[in-house]
Design a protein around this ligand. Structure first.
Ligand code: GTP
Ligand code: MG
Length: 461
């Protein structure tokens, strides 16, 4: 996500970071480079112009360009402007559900943008993160088997869906959904609607009518991040006709250059609330402008990283690991567990992307073979060892190495490399222990070690 843009910003900032006085010509050059980077990321031209004008105005003051840390101040200005461009400080992903239940959330959008998938993803999000019970309802009577598609997703995720009554019209299904939700005390109703071509007046009229009937708290447009300028036009049109409250941007896992995400707010005046980042029902991320801006600018996103660690690694698991390590018992089972934790948290590149100032190092690590494939291979190597070998790696001599290599589809060199890596980790753990430091498995998940200002930003456990 945003890799190319992030690389460009890193390069641009490297040139000004340590600078004291910034001359007008330096500022003009920096602004030119930012403009170029944004255009290359497919950000809409008027948005780019506005952005550059805003940064220029804020940076031109005498007190900034002549200050001792002019470079840093300009970086801060770009950051703040980027946050504003993405939707401001507000936590946009908070759904407005504050009416007497059931709160209706309606999803609309062009054909194939991901409405049905997003409906299921949102229900999972509501259930798992907000502890709210949502009823899934498909109003798509246009495409064959569309209602069944939602039903299947609901079943897979163990979510309630409104039973299908064949032949019923969308308006009638919506009314039935309202009654059913009241009876079964569902707090939220998620309405998946039929995909439409923009020009399809009849289908447009249908959503307007359904909106009038159900009075949704949220009318979310599901838009495709890969659609470029078309996506922006569609969003404007939907907003004009229907009045949307926010956008879910799907396919952010594809090779979107980020332009749509950066232009949508300016184009519609409506916030992006969630990002779709894959095809499974868990692939939905709340949209946080400030965190995303930091990621784009290579400043890291430690808050999301800590949250992800909390979600993926239970407190008990972390506690067990820490105790084990404190006793100086770091063995290959522990290494396997740590590799697995890294994978659960999205893999090396995803974690690296969230750490501050890691841009260049990420490339070096990747070229040294530190990547997610390596994680998989190392896990396979450890799985091919016997229980005894894992707790006592010292017994692994040549013939055992050969067997392990064959069993894991790797080479003896790779087994050697892993063992060497393990030994140096073990040494570090021992050293830390002798110095009385807690070497704990995943430092990020021990709340007492998170700086207070970060802790305050986290949701309660
Ligand atoms: N990679 C990726 N694929 C997605 C994402 N969201 C949806 N898809 C895929 O896009 C395809 C279409 O998704 P649907 O949810 O059926 O789209 P829809 O808008 O309901 O389509 P219609 O009802 O036909 O208009 C499916 O194959 C989904 O798995 C996403 O965030 N990333
Ligand atoms: Mg659909």
């Amino acid at each position: 996500m945003f890799d190319a843009l992030s690389d460009q910003f890193n390069g641009i900032f490297d040139c000004i970071r340590g600078k004291g006085i910034i001359r007008d010509s330096d500022l003009a050059k920096t602004l030119g480079e930012i403009r170029h980077a944004l255009l290359e990321a497919d950000v809409a031209l008027p948005v780019v112009k506005d952005f550059i004008a805003g940064v220029k105005e804020a940076s031109s003051g005498e007190e900034i360009v002549r200050s001792v840390s002019a470079g840093q101040m300009i970086i801060k200005i770009v950051h703040d402007r980027l946050v504003a461009l993405l939707g401001g400080e507000d936590d946009a992903s908070t759904l407005q559900l504050g009416v007497s239940p059931p709160a209706v959330v309606m999803l609309v959008g062009l054909q194939g943008t991901g409405k049905t998938t997003t409906t299921a993803k949102l229900a999972v999000h509501l259930r798992d993160k907000l502890k709210k019970k949502a009823l899934l309802v498909s109003l798509d009577t246009t495409r064959p088997a569309a209602q069944e598609q939602l039903q299947v997703l609901a079943e897979q995720a163990g979510l309630p869906a409104l039973p299908i009554v064949s032949g019923q019209q969308p308006q009638d299904i919506a009314k039935r959904a309202l009654q059913a939700a009241q009876l079964a005390s569902h707090e939220v109703i998620l309405l998946d609607t039929a995909g439409r071509l923009q020009i399809d007046e009849m289908l447009m009229r249908e959503v307007v009518e359904i909106k009038r009937l159900t009075n949704p708290c949220e009318t979310l447009l599901v838009a495709d991040a890969l659609g470029g300028q078309d996506t922006l036009n569609v969003a404007q049109k939907f907003h004009e006709v229907l009045g949307i409250s926010g956008v879910v941007l799907s396919r952010m896992d594809g090779d979107s250059r980020g332009g749509v995400a950066l232009s949508l707010r300016a184009a519609t005046g409506r916030p992006i609330k969630f990002l779709g980042v894959g095809e499974t029902i868990n692939d939905l991320e709340p949209f946080h402008p400030d965190r995303l801006a930091r990621r784009i600018l290579g400043m890291g996103d430690v808050v999301s990283l800590v949250e992800r660690a909390r979600e993926q690694v239970s407190e008990e698991e972390a506690e067990n690991m820490a105790q084990h390590l404190q006793k100086g018992l770091f063995d290959l089972n522990d290494l396997a567990k740590q590799l697995q934790q890294v994978r659960k948290m999205g893999g090396i590149s995803s974690i690296m992307g969230m750490l501050p100032g890691i841009g260049k190092m990420q490339k070096q690590l990747a070229s040294a073979g530190m990547n997610d494939r390596m994680l998989g291979r190392q896990t396979a190597i450890i799985s091919s060892m016997t229980k005894q070998e894992r707790t006592k790696p010292a017994i692994i001599y040549a013939s055992r190495k050969k067997r392990i290599a064959a069993g894991s589809g790797s080479s003896v060199q790779e087994v050697n490399k892993l063992l060497k890596q393990f030994l140096s980790m073990q040494k570090i753990m021992k050293k830390m222990r002798s110095k009385g430091l807690n070497s704990g498995g995943m430092p990020a998940i021990d709340p007492s070690r998170i700086p207070e200002e970060l802790r305050n930003m986290l949701p309660p456990r």
